[in-house]
Design a protein around this ligand. Structure first.
Ligand SMILES: Cc1cc2nc3c(=O)[nH]c(=O)nc-3n(C[C@H](O)[C@H](O)[C@H](O)COP(=O)(O)OP(=O)(O)OC[C@H]3O[C@@H](n4cnc5c(N)ncnc54)[C@H](O)[C@@H]3O)c2cc1C
Length: 262
């Protein structure tokens, strides 16, 4: 069971950061993942009073505060038009609406979970995170970094023209994904991000010059290449062999969907 000795609603990011330097203290997002752990927390640091919830859309970018909920991502019109509904598709099967009403994007990205739909879809975009101390870090770099005691303040998605699609394989809706795939055609190149292998999402970029309007055979071949570049593991949801086998299928489906003109 999770035990919390003290609760502090932070008055500033500096205060939250200072409190978070103590190992026994912890930042609190929606608390869904935290509450599953059995640990003793000194101070739970609540960021909810710092105006970090919500999506600000400008001409150049979407700025997504760390306390933004998954449901806000799912229902944000501008973000979903921009991503061809890839964001909605990535989060729509995460547990249920009540859960998504409180689970935060900050907790999801900071956690860098090996099953994360959220990390997978953001890694397919031209996106970076802003941390209180470390500043801007590309989300693909952040995905590789070890969790530290910094605060993830926001995620910024630059409005670089993109074609995107999301595909996941689940035993049943609302279960954890067995495999998660986000593809994007970004800066003239196809990117495939594969998560839930089960391992942190990783990106593979096409360097052969495949065009946006790929053929089925080209999409399948790229999917096979992606599967060769990555490592897969086994858990109760599926074997490494199965995950590797379905990777080209999901990559192909996503590329054909993303390749369609709007
Ligand atoms: C039963 C269950 C099923 C799930 N299924 C899926 C699924 O199918 N797909 C999927 O992608 N995800 C799934 N998740 C994960 C979920 O979507 C969230 O990612 C997760 O709950 C973390 O978000 P949270 O707001 O609850 O964070 P919390 O539990 O509050 O925090 C998680 C971690 O992040 C840290 N943290 C939170 N915010 C910040 C911040 N701003 N800066 C620094 N550190 C921070 C916390 O200290 C903690 O270590 C599931 C979770 C649960 C509990």
């Amino acid at each position: 069971m999770l035990q919390i000795k003290q609760y502090v609603k932070a008055q500033s990011l500096d205060e939250a950061y200072e409190l978070n330097q103590k190992k026994s203290n912890v930042i609190v997002g929606g608390m869904h993942w935290l509450k599953m752990s059995s640990r003793s927390v000194g101070t739970a640091i609540d960021l909810s009073g710092l105006g970090l919830e919500g999506i600000v859309e400008t001409e150049e970018a979407f700025e997504i505060g760390c306390m933004t909920t998954l449901r806000m991502l799912e229902t944000h019109e501008g973000l979903n038009i921009y991503t061809m509904n890839a964001v909605r598709d990535a989060v729509k099967d995460i547990v249920g609406i009540q859960f998504r009403n409180t689970a935060t994007v900050g907790g999801s990205i900071f956690g860098r979970y090996g099953f994360s739909d959220v990390l997978t879809v953001f890694m397919a975009m031209d996106a970076y995170v802003v941390c209180h101390k470390a500043g801007q870090i590309s989300i693909r770099e952040y995905a590789k970094m070890k969790a530290d005691r910094d605060i993830l303040v926001k995620i910024v998605v630059k409005k670089t023209p993109v074609h995107m699609a999301y595909q996941a394989q689940r035993h049943a809706r609302t279960d954890f994904p067995m495999l998660a795939v986000a593809v994007s055609f970004l800066d003239g190149k196809w990117n495939a991000v594969v998560g839930a292998r089960p391992a942190r999402a990783a990106a593979v970029v096409d360097e052969t010059g495949l065009a946006l309007d790929v053929t089925e055979a080209q999409a399948k071949a790229f999917g096979e290449y992606v599967a060769e570049q990555l490592t897969f593991g086994s858990n109760m949801r599926g074997s490494a062999e199965y995950r590797k086998m379905i990777t080209p299928v999901l990559v192909k489906r996503a590329m054909l969907a993303a390749g369609k003109e709007l």
